[in-house]
Write a protein that binds this ligand. Structure first.
Ligand SMILES: [Fe+2]
Length: 250
């Protein structure tokens, strides 16, 4: 089972990330994953045409596509332009999803908070508990803001709040998810929430600098990237696929 994850496209008229999206989707069309999850921040500044272009690109894939919003998304535009891409996009309320593919369950929890850059999982724990209640198969849990400390202060200020309550909720379930898979950070990063692996997907927009423990603000040399998760029973291996771009200034 191959689940691709792309994140943080941040499409804007002046950015090259739509071209990066096209390159990623072109690669995925040939690769043929069993599903694609987009973990938020599709378009910046409420650019309606951007949502249309992202939808057109995603519709060219021959697999189910599931979407979460990020803090940068305009939820109304996302609903109106992308409803045909993901049947789980709701007319109102949080954009959670739950999908089963050949014995693997994919959960998406919309932890965005209107008008804020941080996320908060607490209001959505009742939904998560009911969605997970009857799941006995392996599961992957997707969110936009990650529920762990990245170590980059500016990003940790806008992470997902109430991660301890999330861990308590998950531990009360019969089976822990194989991993929690997020976006928002614009870098691939790997950590844990309790014993659950947490990973952030690289961005299709330019990556963020690695501002760790007061180290110098070095120029970013990372390429945009995305993840391919291979799941076989309870085995999960996640692969980083990078997309070198000739236009690093965009
Ligand atoms: Fe974000």
């Amino acid at each position: 089972m191959l689940v691709a994850q792309i994140s943080d496209i941040h499409a804007r008229p002046a950015l090259s990330s739509l071209q990066t999206l096209e390159r990623a989707i072109g690669w995925l069309r040939t690769f043929r994953p069993d599903a694609l999850v987009v973990t938020g921040d599709l378009v910046d500044d409420g650019w309606r045409q951007g949502y249309r272009l992202v939808a057109e690109s995603l519709r060219s894939l021959d697999c189910p596509v599931h979407l979460l919003p990020g803090n940068g998304d305009d939820l109304q535009l996302m609903r109106s332009e992308l409803a045909a891409v993901d049947p789980w996009i709701s007319a109102t309320g949080p954009m959670h999803f739950r999908a089963a593919i050949d014995g693997l369950t994919l959960f998406g929890v919309d932890v965005t908070v209107a008008g804020q850059s941080y996320g908060d999982v607490l209001p959505h724990l009742p939904w998560l508990m009911s969605a997970l209640a009857d799941v006995t198969a392996p599961a992957l849990l997707f969110m936009h803001q990650p529920p762990f400390r990245i170590g980059i202060e500016v990003l940790d200020q806008v992470g997902c709040r109430n991660s301890t309550a999330l861990l308590s909720t998950l531990k009360a379930m019969d089976r822990l998810p194989l991993a929690i898979l997020c976006g928002h950070v614009h870098r691939p990063a790997f950590g844990r929430l309790g014993s659950i692996p947490v990973q952030t997907c690289g961005s299709l927009a330019p990556p963020n600098p690695l501002l760790l423990e007061g180290r110098a603000d070095l120029p970013v040399i990372d390429a945009p990237s995305f993840l391919v998760h291979e799941v076989s029973d309870v085995r999960l291996v996640s692969h980083v696929v990078s997309i070198p771009t000739s236009d690093r200034s965009a």
